[in-house]
Ligand binder design. Structure first.
Ligand code: PRX
Length: 635
């Protein structure tokens, strides 16, 4: 069905053959050559891979580099006046920044951070919306070797507080508010709450994202006064004012980090109640961010690239903040919802900016499909030449809809499988060589050894440069969660099958991690949040299929609260503990949960009930069968 890109793709059939045979002949040597060709090292590395402390593999040992330098400075000679960022918000306010302008702002901001005492290895929490200033803040941290940890702006004060506390962050960078669907989201209010009883944060930098709102200004000032930490000038002043006069500003020497020093920590959900701080290194990460962006998206100098992910998730890191910039691309960033001010919003932007590469998530595609073709047909989408999907299985029907209605049956689709932990795309077709099969991600990328075990467990059998360094402050959890089932193989937790062409089809998760609108959450995390509520004695959370979100949550709760308002109460509680994206579809009060004789909750049975199915499988271990009947009567 789909044509491959035959016209001068960055990777053509011969390149792919050559790359694969080079990896076959000399795996490490090939990575080393790619690193030398693609990354600027201040000091070259002296060992390609150190396996002595595996699974804490170390890549490009002894090499010194800086990620921000590789994203910005390297373009100053040839691309200084090329547009790096095209930003638009939902009110239509637009702004563009060239590589030179972006570089200047990043240098200014990093000079300020250095001046206020931030040093290599310090942790900085960033709680902001997607806008140029958040990208500048991230890049500025990288430039001075401070470890940034972005917390998605949809996360609650509680979630932010937990992350700040574990990180022992010194500085919080946040903003007064942002506007989404015409509503003010007062981020600073949440941030203020998160800082209650905080021990580590000494400094706060605020971005006055929303201006001209007296009420907001008053609230913000009052909140500022209630804080006993140093509050600096707003970002816009730091970037604009005389601070530019500081010595050596334009030549501010970046901090040269050893390849394995941490660049960022991003929290993601696992199968326990506590999210994991995924720690990424420096050289290997930026190498793969750059290469995979170039190979998979076939990025050309003239392309206008748009990835719709938020900076709060890994896609917004690798394929917004790093990969496109490392390749010197022009990219669109958009702060807002796809259906505001109306359902034309994305198509307006594609038409207006002549977007050629569009990378989004199946949950968004399913929503476009439901909103109807009338929003799409009004627009000229002929600039598009490549489409991408990420975050959850796209399914063959949604794939076909995307291909026919957005790509007009002429744009290849890359269905990219990867995770926070892998740092970059691991499985995808290459658009110049391989034809996509609807709903099937594709082969492993060159250099990536993805395999499927007999029991359908996807695993990666060789270390790769952008792999996580580990879990922050928890080396044992790192080993147990990813490396304990198959010897010397990384286990992502996904199930998959592989066909005769080595195309890998991702099935679903092998653990209790679920995917709501492409957002990863653990059922145990929701249960832990529920357990904090006085009305909850016990709970079990299961996933159900959802037409738009992919999956939704159903919470079975044993409660001492018979007020009839339990559902609203607990839905609000989950939003406040985690974030609005974790809100359940249903809360079902029950007298007891189905358990085995040894007291283990039989989630499998609840899953069947939540999905309206008959109970399948063995129930001989169930202690009390009447519990099931009682729950059934409540569904
Ligand atoms: O289950 C897989 C699913 O999303 C998980 C990773 O989530 P996260 O770390 O939040 O990163 C999302 C963006 C990379 C995976 O373990 N997933 C991701 N991409 C796909 C996918 N499932 C099927 N097909 C994909 N293309």
């Amino acid at each position: 069905m789909e044509e491959v890109l035959t016209v001068k793709a960055n990777i053509n059939e011969n390149d792919l053959k050559a790359l694969n045979s080079s990896f076959d002949n000399d795996y490490l040597g090939t990575w080393a050559n790619l690193a030398k060709e693609n990354i600027f090292f201040k000091e070259t590395f002296n060992e390609i891979l150190d396996e002595s402390d595996k699974p804490h593999y170390k890549w490009f040992l002894g090499g010194k580099t800086n990620i921000s330098y590789n994203c910005l400075d390297v373009h100053l000679k040839d691309k200084a006046n090329k547009t790096a960022l095209i930003f638009e918000d939902e009110l239509g306010e637009a702004q563009t920044l060239t590589y030179k302008e972006l570089h200047e702002k990043v240098v200014k901001f990093s000079a300020y951070l250095r001046d206020l005492g931030i040093r290599k290895g310090d942790r900085i929490c960033i709680y902001m919306s997607l806008c140029p200033e958040s990208i500048i803040a991230i890049q500025a941290c990288l430039r001075i070797g401070a470890i940034h940890s972005v917390v998605f702006a949809g996360f609650s004060a509680h979630a932010l507080r937990d992350r700040i506390n574990e990180l022992e962050a010194k500085l919080l960078i946040t903003q007064n508010a942002f506007i989404r669907r015409n509503k003010k989201v007062e981020l600073f209010k949440f941030a203020r709450e998160a800082l209650t009883e905080n021990q580590s944060v000494t400094d706060l930098i605020l971005f006055d994202r929303v201006t001209g709102d007296t009420e907001l200004d008053e609230d913000t000032n009052a909140l500022k006064k209630s804080l006993d930490i140093k509050i600096h000038k707003p970002i816009q002043d730091l970037l604009a004012d005389k601070y530019a006069d500081i010595q050596n500003l334009t030549t501010l020497e970046p901090e040269w980090l050893e390849s394995n020093e941490t660049s960022f920590i991003l929290y993601t959900s696992g199968s326990t109640g506590k999210p994991k701080g995924i720690e990424h290194g420096t050289s290997g990460y930026i190498l793969w961010a750059k290469l995979s962006t170039n190979w998979v998206f076939d990025l050309k100098d003239e392309d206008v690239y748009w990835c719709t992910a938020d900076i709060g998730w890994i896609t917004g890191h690798t394929y917004v903040t790093y990969g496109p910039l490392a390749n010197g691309a022009t990219q669109v960033i958009y702060e807002g919802a796809p259906n505001f001010p109306d359902k034309n919003q994305f198509w307006n932007l594609i038409e207006k900016y002549k977007v050629s590469i569009f990378y989004t998530a199946p949950t968004a595609i399913r929503a476009f499909e439901q909103w109807g073709l009338e929003h799409i047909e009004k627009h000229d989408l002929s600039s598009l030449r490549l489409l991408g999907s990420v975050g959850e299985p796209i399914g063959s029907e949604t794939w076909k809809w995307f291909y026919e209605n957005i790509g007009k049956s002429k744009c290849p689709i890359v269905d990219t499988w990867w995770q926070t932990e892998t740092g970059g795309i691991m499985i995808s077709t290459l658009p110049g060589v391989q034809t996509a099969k609807p709903g099937i991600a594709g082969p492993a990328l060159p250099g990536i050894h993805a395999e499927i075990s007999e029991d359908s467990l996807l695993h990666i059998s060789k270390p790769w440069p952008s792999m996580l360094k580990g879990i922050y402050k928890n080396p044992e959890r790192y080993k147990k969660a990813y490396w304990s089932l198959i010897e010397d193989s990384y286990l992502p937790g996904d199930l998959a099958t592989i066909d005769e062409d080595s195309y890998i089809c991702i099935g679903g998760r092998n653990d209790d991690v679920i995917n709501i609108s492409g957002h990863r959450l653990g059922t145990a995390e929701i249960e832990t949040a529920l357990a904090k509520h006085v009305s909850v004695l016990e709970s079990a959370v299961v996933a159900i299929p959802h037409k738009i979100k992919g999956q939704g949550l159903v919470c079975f709760v044993v409660s001492n609260n018979n007020s009839g308002d339990l559902s609203n109460l607990l839905t609000a509680h989950i939003a406040s503990e985690i974030g609005a994206h974790a809100k359940p579809e249903r809360v079902i009060a029950c007298a007891a949960l189905p358990k085995t004789r040894s007291g283990k909750v039989m989630r499998r049975l609840l899953q069947d009930l939540a999905q309206g199915k008959d109970i399948s499988g063995d129930i001989s271990t169930l202690e009390d069968k009447s519990v099931l009947e009682a729950i059934k009567s409540r569904i």
